[in-house]
Design a protein around this ligand. Sequence first.
Ligand code: UDP
Ligand code: GLC
Length: 404
Amino acid sequence: MTNDVLPNSPTPRQKMRVAYIDHVAQSSGAEIALARLIDALHDVDPLVILAEDGPLVASLMASGVSVEVLPMRERTRDLRKDRVGSRGLPIAALVDTTAYAFRLARRLRALRPDLVHTNSLKAGVYGSLAARLAGVPVVWHLRDRLAADYLRRPAVLVVRALIAILPNSVVVNSEATRATLWLRKTNAVVVYSPVSAPDDTQRARRQRTRHDPFVIGMVGRITRWKGQHVLLEAFARAFPGGSEVVVVVGAPMFGAAEAGYAEELREMSRTWGIADRVDFRGFRDDIWAELSRMDIFVHASMTPEPFGQVIVEAMLAGVPVIASAGGGPSEIVTDAVDGLLYPAGDIDALAELLQRLRGDSRLRSQLRNNARIRAERFSPEAAASSVMSLYGLLLASSWPARRM
Ligand code: UDP
Ligand code: GLC
């Protein structure tokens, strides 16, 4: 834990001082996306304030980012989104969240950042409130679709109302996420989560030999809505008794339900007789090394993925993508041009695409080539430039005196 951003400390070239707020300290997608965004914002002096200690603290600090942990009560910090809105629970959570917002507001008053930028759903609520209390302009970065297939209905309504009222500006990670807001057409700015192309060493694809198995891979947190079971079942149908291998990269991260689902996946592989051709890799830090083993990349989310950084990563790594249509994937991939889309959860459709792509090396190389070009659209420079324009507008309209 560090506290090296002191109030009134001089910052080189008068960089904007932005406090980024997140309740999670795991290297989960939204937090990886935050780290990538901060890395691209060269004119920002960042301070990340997390509600727990965890691996993200060390990884941000290793990239030179200041981090503080302002701990939140576990019962609220770890409250799963599927329980918010069910009876009984939210009262304690509401009390804790409000108390936390006041503590954070106190801290913000001491730190006096130019802006607050919230990164997770919970942090959007308490971080926006805290920023308002402290009189600091706030950007709420929404990375989750506010829809009933993702959150309980009461939570959807409450968050939609809060996001319409609390922040000065809203950033969303896709048009699909924006479409779940009430304020959709007005001031929410779409900033696609950026991914840098791997460098030459990261990209170095192993020379494949005739004896290498054909690898179908997936990367993502192990959780039911990401649909690892859809891939396993489609794989079992597409290649019964074949030599193809499926590689599942990722681990359960949040709670017992995800751990139980991981166990279910192993059980399924045994039931479908593919256990010896399924490689569960667990969480891997070096995603480029994992992608370099893959011949086809599958994304299988059951509900529309808000954005889907893994798809852009696979495209940049030169692995042909099959993704479930809807949400971010439909904004990233143009079907049959730079990837293939299938209806979410449709096991037969996925099995058919797997067979087709397995048998058509020309299609694989066409998708691969187009995808590399398409994925450049999701560059850190593009994201940084949109965010900097937004920060500039916000500072000019909120606190002109302070920036002069
Ligand atoms: N990831 C990783 N190692 C793993 C599994 C996932 O580094 O074992 C990374 C993955 O490369 C991607 C992020 O986790 O950068 C997942 O982000 P995405 O936006 O695809 O989904 P989210 O988890 O945010 O819903
Ligand atoms: C969230 C979403 C994911 C998105 C990521 C970065 O974790 O689930 O789809 O890619 O944020 O914006």
